[in-house]
Design a protein around this ligand. Structure first.
Ligand SMILES: [Zn+2]
Length: 506
């Protein structure tokens, strides 16, 4: 077999421009900061977990299985959050460039990233990374990229890459497969089996992520149409981006990418899917229910299934801070004895509870510690039930919620943490000794992805009309850069055209 050498790397983070503070190097080190061999060790031992980390494992294992020599450019990833400190991106790019130069030449490059990052000095860090690599490897080396379905795919990213593949499912249960797709396309280009043309069509719209899923109509049929084109041999790959809607950048779009041997066919299909997506815009709505009403539903529910109050506006996977006390405020105001289970990120309160110790009562203010502009803290009386170091084992990884306390407020169990992390997993509460099925109401601060875990448990899932940096009411957010000609700011006619082509692989 021919010896082939591939550079594999990526920076993976979704940014919410409206979230508080910045994302720092510590936030990356707390999740994945995998340079050199660490990236391989991680990829080899990684167990599928529906996180960005799946993607780098999917890439690596596909390349390694094909017998490729893989050079690690490093993979770094942080919890979705606020705008990234520029030094994090600069240091990563400097490392990647040094490794890339030291190991030249390459047969190909595979990058796995999110696509909706933003740093203090750049609205397109992924474009900066692809550009840095392209400058080193030259024009003739294929670069294939894997991204999230919520990526802001920029024209620059397209023009610098040979192919770009996004997750095709939301909830994101195909992250591993997206890594495989990116790696497979690179291998096939190198082998001369394919000479893909990548057509890219920008769509001037953003939609709240809580308003759609690829498992439900109308998005489901649109994705099905794309899969049928691939199955019929008309495309190698396709992607539909619904741009992460809390990202305020001047060069931001939803988009469609079609990758095929025939440029005309790729262009035609990309335009068709883009027109379809824009045509669905009025059907993408989040049906919101008042918090009080959801609490009443949970109190009266006799189905035996747990009611999920989905506080997606304070979502950990959309860059909010997890410090909204809105639900606990309503439980207290209603004097509700609903058997609730919820999660709150509140460092001072968690530390006060730990200080007080198990069995004791803490009176204090809960919530709004990170987002005082959004919320008002709530005066609570809490009984400390347990304290934990907050490190949750999860499929071979560790999710670090920081020193935590479990308290009871009225009849609701609240896990109070010092770090905001993805909390859409059933394992979260189980790790602290509580089973969501045993409660009348569970509060989940996450967007659609949690449905992959809670969906099999219950169909009583209610997106709540709460406030937050990840609100579905995009018109309420202080966008400064995104063009106002976008839907939903305006509702204009749209004629798709090919806005950019990827690099030729001929
Ligand atoms: Zn996403």
């Amino acid at each position: 077999m021919l010896h082939i050498k591939i550079l594999l790397a990526g920076l993976h983070q979704e940014v919410n421009t409206f979230g508080p503070g910045t994302t720092t190097l510590d936030d990356y080190k707390r999740k994945q900061y995998l340079l050199g061999e660490d990236m391989f060790t991680f990829a080899k031992s990684h167990v599928r977990c529906n996180e960005g980390a799946d993607g780098i494992a999917g890439c690596y294992l596909t390349l390694a299985e094909a017998g490729a020599e893989v050079i690690s450019g490093g993979f770094i990833s942080a919890q979705p959050g606020s705008i990234i400190e520029q030094s994090v991106v600069d240091d990563y790019i400097a490392h990647l460039k040094a490794v890339a130069k030291a190991n030249m030449p390459y047969d190909g490059v595979v990058l796995f990233m999110h696509g909706a990052a933003q740093s203090l000095g750049s609205d397109d860090p992924e474009g900066d990374i692809i550009e840095a690599v392209r400058e080193i490897v030259g024009d003739d080396t294929p670069i294939t990229v894997g991204l999230d379905l919520h990526a802001n795919v920029t024209r620059r990213m397209v023009e610098l890459s040979n192919t770009i593949s996004l997750y095709q499912r939301y909830p994101h249960v195909d992250i591993w497969e997206t890594g495989e797709r990116a790696a497979r396309l690179c291998l096939d280009i190198i082998a001369g089996k394919i000479h893909p043309k990548m057509a890219y069509v920008q769509i001037p719209m953003i939609i709240a992520a809580s308003s759609y899923s690829t498992e439900t109509e109308p998005f489901k049929s649109l994705m099905q149409k794309g899969h049928e084109y691939v199955a019929a041999g008309k495309l190698y790959d396709f992607s539909v981006s619904q741009m992460q809607p809390w990202l305020d950048v001047a060069d931001g779009y939803s988009s469609v990418i079609a990758v095929g041997e025939d440029a005309d066919e790729a262009a035609r299909i990309a335009k068709e899917l883009a027109a379809d997506l824009y045509g669905m815009r009025h059907e993408f709505v989040t049906e919101l229910t008042d918090v009080d009403e959801i609490i009443h539903i949970a109190e009266k529910n006799e189905s035996g299934k747990v009611v999920v109050l989905n506080d997606f506006a304070d979502s950990s996977n959309a860059g909010s801070a997890g410090d909204s006390p809105e639900v606990i405020e309503r439980i207290l105001a209603l004097e509700s004895d609903v058997r609730g289970l919820m999660y709150m990120n509140d460092k001072p309160f968690a530390l006060a509870c730990r200080e007080a110790g198990v069995g004791n009562t803490v009176e204090g203010l809960l919530g709004a510690t990170i987002s005082p502009n959004l919320y008002t803290p709530v005066k609570v009386t809490a009984t400390v039930k347990a304290v934990f170091d907050g490190v949750m084992p999860y499929k071979g990884m560790w999710v670090d919620f920081g020193p935590s306390a479990v308290v009871k407020i009225r009849n609701t169990v609240v896990l109070v943490t010092t770090q905001h992390r993805y909390n859409g997993l059933l394992e979260l509460y189980r790790a602290f000794g509580y089973n969501p099925s045993d409660f009348e109401m569970v509060v989940v601060k996450a967007c659609t992805s949690f449905r992959a875990f809670y969906g099999p448990l219950t169909d009583l899932i209610y997106p709540a009309a709460t406030k937050g940096a990840a609100t579905a009411n995009l018109l309420s957010l202080p966008f400064k850069k995104l063009p106002k000609s976008f839907y939903p700011f305006e509702d204009n006619a749209f004629t798709p055209k090919v806005d950019a082509w990827g690099r030729s692989s001929d």
